[in-house]
Design a binder for this molecule. Sequence first.
Ligand SMILES: Nc1nc2c(ncn2[C@@H]2O[C@H](COP(=O)(O)OP(=O)(O)OP(=O)(O)O)[C@@H](O)[C@H]2O)c(=O)[nH]1
Ligand SMILES: [Mg+2]
Length: 359
Amino acid sequence: VTTFVDEAVVHAKAGDGGNGAVAWRREKYIPQGGPAGGDGGDGGNIIFVAETGLRTLVDYRYRQHLKGEDGENGRGKNQYGHKGEDVRCRVPPGTQISDADTGELLADLTEPGQEVVVLKGGNGGWGNTRFATATRQAPDFANPGHPGEERKLKLSLKLLADVGLLGFPNAGKSTFLSVVSAARPKIADYPFTTLEPQLGVVRVDEDKSFVLADIPGLIEGAAEGHGLGVRFLKHLERVKVLCHLIEIPLQGDEEALPLVEKYDVIRAELQKFNDALTMLPEIVVVTKTDLLAGKPSDDEGVRALAEKLRDHGARLHFMSAVAGDGVDELKRTLFASVNDEPKAPAKPGFDPLANDRLR
Ligand SMILES: Nc1nc2c(ncn2[C@@H]2O[C@H](COP(=O)(O)OP(=O)(O)OP(=O)(O)O)[C@@H](O)[C@H]2O)c(=O)[nH]1
Ligand SMILES: [Mg+2]
């Protein structure tokens, strides 16, 4: 059972405004008083508030109707009706709120504490006092309150992270997250271990850090719903840098797709989901290099991918999260990329294939 909920649809209606009153002054000894009908109160708004510490939209699975309080009607003696209470809905930072029918984006709550009135309560109607003029001293009418806004809302949480991990199932994404942050994701040697996205804070130096998001693995056809589909790819839409992990190919592994093809499959799914994601800076990493110990590697495959990346001005990275090789360098490379520092780290990266010839 998962408690991570990143989508919800709710029906929301702000409060109606109260009606204006038609009333007259009634005072002793004054038989014909003037108008004294007060205004109706405004209806309560539907307000969304981004609250730190909230992580999912699960509350809205159980709370599918939101209703602002109606404003009170105006009364005699020029008494205003009370304003209806607002409804304040707490959501995790990173929540977007849109019209479920038209898709129109109504609010994008990125900052903790940020609040947005998404549906406005109706204005209260004017009482008859307001309509009195020099030539019309006894208006016998008032305004009704306006109805509150009403919409079906779609809430969608997109995690706020600097770097998003991307790759096939089993590539070692969660393992990397676990060795560079305090996050403790589930790790196992079968595909689709990770079922929901998870965030971790990665410290680079004492005062430098970035947020890393681990999402479930992708497979070919993900855009058409294969595997866990592309449901989680939206969490990458706000990252600044993609970190694409690919398992090292061992020579003679007939099952394995060539490295370049693996890379292309994931890139194609990314593009099908949202072309803008393919424009993000991408750091490509060959993982599990410790598995090479004593075994021949598929140098050809590695060379082909390195060449492909070089054509795009990028470098292939290598890492063994288990042995700790290349981890620190990758952390620094990611941090530099997030902060848009164009220079590669001064120290040459860890490279198990002594791949001078690849550069
Ligand atoms: N030898 C070795 N094994 C690794 C390394 N990194 C990860 N693994 C193993 O590879 C398997 C998959 O690792 P995960 O981190 O769960 O992979 P994932 O990419 O998160 O997989 P999904 O959540 O299914 O997408 C586990 O058995 C890990 O122990 C590594 O550097 N070296
Ligand atoms: Mg995982």
